[in-house]
Every structure is written in structure tokens, then in C-alpha cells.
Design a binder for this molecule. Sequence first.
Ligand code: 5GP
Ligand code: ZN
Length: 116
Amino acid sequence: MADRDCLFCKILEGDVPADIVYESDTAIAFRDINPQAPTHVVIIPRKHIATINDIDSVDHEIVGSLYTAANTIARDEGFSDEGYRAVMNCNKAAGQTVFHIHLHLLGGRVLSWPPG
Ligand code: 5GP
Ligand code: ZN
């Protein structure tokens, strides 16, 4: 299931260090190495799925679990009520650079809309 060329699979396997803030049966989350907000956490499924385009109906529960991870971390970080953003980029035009799906959780500041 792991892709040996995938950075996030290497983090899952413990081969690349990361500041892990959340773990469940289906997902883990760690702090982004280049944070774009006071809290910037990357939430990934344990299953290697390259892009949103590769999500299948059998993955619904896994993908849904990324959002319960997000609301749990947002509560723990203290910005649930204030607000936050959970966003997933797909392919190059959207800025995806790591091809293992991940939800960016950004919070702790006012976030403008629309994004660039
Ligand atoms: P994308 O651009 O694919 O939507 O997001 C990839 C994210 O992964 C970026 O925000 C980037 O800063 C983060 N990232 C890239 N390499 C590493 C790493 O080795 N460790 C951590 N913690 N984050 C990383
Ligand atoms: Zn992967």
C-alpha cells in the first residue's frame, strides 16, 4: 500500500521525521515544515492515494476521517469557534507538490478569500 517514492508514506513509516499531532486508524497529522499560518497541520490518510482524482467510493470513510481529524485538531488548537480552513490541492495548477492526498488545516489568523 505504501509508495516507496512518496514523502508522506515515508513519514507514515517513520523513515522521515515529523512533528505528529494526531493519529487514528485511518489518518495521521503533522505540522507543516513551511507553515502558512500560526497553526498549519497536514492531515493524510494512512492509505496512499495520489490525488483527489484517485479517490474511489471505497475510500469515503477514509476521506471523511480527514475531516474529523481536522475538527479534533482545531478544537485542540483552540480555534474551532473562531474559524479555520481545511483545503486540499489537486495537481499542479492548484499547487499540489506531494502526491499523497492531504488536507491542509490552517488556523490562528484571519484567512482571506479567494485564495491566490
Ligand atoms: P501541497 O503543496 O502538495 O498541497 O502541500 C505539501 C505540503 O507539504 C507543503 O505545505 C509543504 O510545506 C509540506 N511539506 C513538504 N515536505 C515536508 C516535510 O518533509 N515535512 C513536513 N512536515 N511537511 C512537508
Ligand atoms: Zn504516499
